[in-house]
Design a protein around this ligand. Structure first.
Ligand code: NAP
Length: 102
């Protein structure tokens, strides 16, 4: 099915693993250009490399910025890299596990 989103640009937070990586992968496989964000440089670089190694539609770009998306400085770094996006996946780590009463 052609979703009609090929060639668009997506910002995906929390993209080095888990749900964010899954979103980045699904978007890239649709031919969407993806900017992946997470804090850990090594895991994020590897995740971007893994995506690029997959059979993506021709011309699809996979880029990454190492940043904490919950901080103003992190968001500034992201938008310094690229100013506009068509799709935004607002995702990051959840709260630490614990007692619900906390
Ligand atoms: N998995 C589930 O079944 C499920 C269900 C409901 C809700 N959720 C929620 O969905 C979100 C993602 O869950 P997940 O299971 O995919 O988590 P995950 O596997 O732990 O992945 C979290 C991702 O977010 C990145 N990240 C964390 N904090 C960040 C920050 N401040 N700025 C930028 N990137 C950040 C992590 O990389 P770095 O640590 O390197 O930054 C990692 O790439 C969480 O909020 C979780 O509570 C998950």
């Amino acid at each position: 099915m052609d979703l009609g989103i090929a060639g668009k640009w997506a910002l995906v937070g929390g993209a080095s693993k888990g749900l964010g990586y899954g979103c980045a992968q699904a978007l890239a496989q649709e031919g969407v250009n993806v900017l992946m964000v997470a804090r850990g440089q090594e895991t994020l670089a590897q995740a971007a490399s893994n995506l690029r190694a997959q059979a993506l539609p021709g011309g699809t770009s996979v880029e990454y910025v190492t940043a904490d998306i919950t901080t103003a400085a992190g968001r500034a770094a992201i938008f310094a890299h690229r100013a506009a996006f068509d799709i935004v996946v607002t995702n990051a780590g959840g709260p630490p596990p614990g007692d619900f009463r906390d």
